[in-house]
Design a protein around this ligand. Sequence first.
Ligand code: ZN
Length: 239
Amino acid sequence: MSTLPTLPDDWNTALVVVAHPDDIEYGLAAAVDRWTSDGRTVTYLLATHGEAGIDTMDPAEAAVVRAQEERDGAVEVGVDVVEFLDHSDGVLEYGLDLRRDIARVIRARRPEALFCLTHRERFAGGGTNQADHRVVGQAAMDAARDAGNRWVHPELNTDDEPWGGTKFIAYANAPQPTHALDVTGHFDAAVASLEAHRQYLDALGEDYPSPRELLTGILTGGGALTGTQHGVGFEVFDL
Ligand SMILES: [Zn+2]
């Protein structure tokens, strides 16, 4: 496979928008660690608390456990701002409520770059993507536009001024990446960020691959896109 162009580099502030605790930790967190190591500001926004993600745990308890696991995983890659919306896990709906809620945070944080999990029907490895991921990825793209227009969601105007400075949105784990980032040297931090999801991973059973095994596959595969040991591929859309 030939290598891909390097991810756009002309930004200092990024917002990562995903559906669930753990979504960032299957590869994207390695890139986050590189950016925070560079001194860039990266913050997280999650649409749900992941409360439907542990079959053996009541959702009310799982919401608390998984939110804390996300905060713990974020710290491992240099992120200390993790915000949760209160949309429902597993039944996320694309719509104006979700767009407005994401746009509100974009206006408040004023990111130059947005990152999400892929909104496509398949992951890079060929596996079928989940509805919540597709919905959040699409809503984030649209919310970036909304955030810059004071006449869309005018009720947000009492909080923050419109922000139209987001330059691009990039989707990790996409089946047809357009760009890639070398994350060699950030593998261990990525593993630590996924290992923070201890109760979630424990509930998946002993046969489920370890964080180190999973990320070896994902980040080595990404390395084929960068021509380095470890890499992350992105599908990039200019905004
Ligand atoms: Zn997820």
